[in-house]
Design a protein around this ligand. Structure first.
Ligand code: ADP
Ligand code: 5GP
Length: 207
């Protein structure tokens, strides 16, 4: 991209059934691209052993979540697998103020809400090779009980049924390929004409 073509940061909404590989793919994409910043959600879910408060999520209790809902602090929030998750306006502003691209890793309810609010967002749904593979990956990940895995599998079918609402589908069979595809989508999305309103006006107005 030429230096003269300053662009606004883009909003990237990534959804998938639990266990489809969202976190893994997003971490890889962000490690290669300092312009991509992860929108840290608030959740009432307890942290998993490897998770860091303020990095993976802002872990808060029910009372604090209630207070944020009442204060209209969320651009969207939803109940997922029995816990509440939400994207705060403050988090979106924190990232867009730095002119970075924002990655939202959210469920389909949040995806729908943010698509309505930000129709110019890039939207990606990650699909697993099969539901059987999702179950195996969740078992291998070793972070959820059998009961939680069963609940997540029930939900997976509902989530996958909404994939057609997203602009892009990425099939996470081979991890390297899926990462490369997300990177290719981001490259193309950054070049959409709507990202450069000023540049077009400037060129047209040039004497
Ligand atoms: P999500 O964030 O969608 O719940 P994760 O990124 O935690 O899913 O992935 C679930 C598990 O599947 C992890 O243990 C991860 O290492 C593994 N995984 C992700 N993508 C692949 C892939 N393409 N092939 C095999 N295992 C994968
Ligand atoms: P996990 O508990 O595995 O981290 O996430 C469970 C689900 O909640 C995933 O589908 C994840 O994308 C979704 N999620 C995480 N943050 C948010 C959020 O801020 N809003 C919504 N609607 N869903 C979220």
């Amino acid at each position: 991209m030429s230096k003269g073509a300053a662009r606004k940061g883009i909003l990237v909404i990534i959804s998938a059934a639990s266990g489809a590989g969202k976190s893994t793919i997003i971490k890889r994409v962000m490690a290669d691209d300092p312009n991509c910043v992860f929108a840290v959600s608030h959740t009432t879910r307890p942290p998993r052993p490897n998770e860091v408060d303020g990095k993976d999520y802002y872990f808060i209790n029910d009372q604090d979540f209630d207070d944020m809902v009442k204060a209209d602090a969320f651009a969207e929030w939803a109940v997922v697998h029995g816990n509440r998750y939400g994207t705060s306006f403050a988090e979106i502003e924190r990232i867009t103020a730095q002119e970075n691209d924002v990655i939202f890793e959210i469920d389909f309810q949040g995806g729908r809400a943010l698509m309505r609010r930000f129709p110019e967002a890039a939207t990606i749904f990650l699909l697993p090779p099969s539901l059987a593979e999702v179950k195996q990956r969740l078992i291998d990940r070793g972070t959820d009980t059998d009961e939680v895995i069963a609940r997540r599998m029930e939900q997976a079918r509902i989530e996958i049924a909404t994939a057609g609402e997203y602009r892009y589908l990425v099939f996470n069979d081979d991890l390297d390929e899926a990462v490369a595809e997300v990177q290719a989508i981001l490259r193309a999305e950054r070049l959409r004409s709507i990202r450069f309103p000023d540049k077009i006006r400037e060129l047209v107005a040039e004497p």
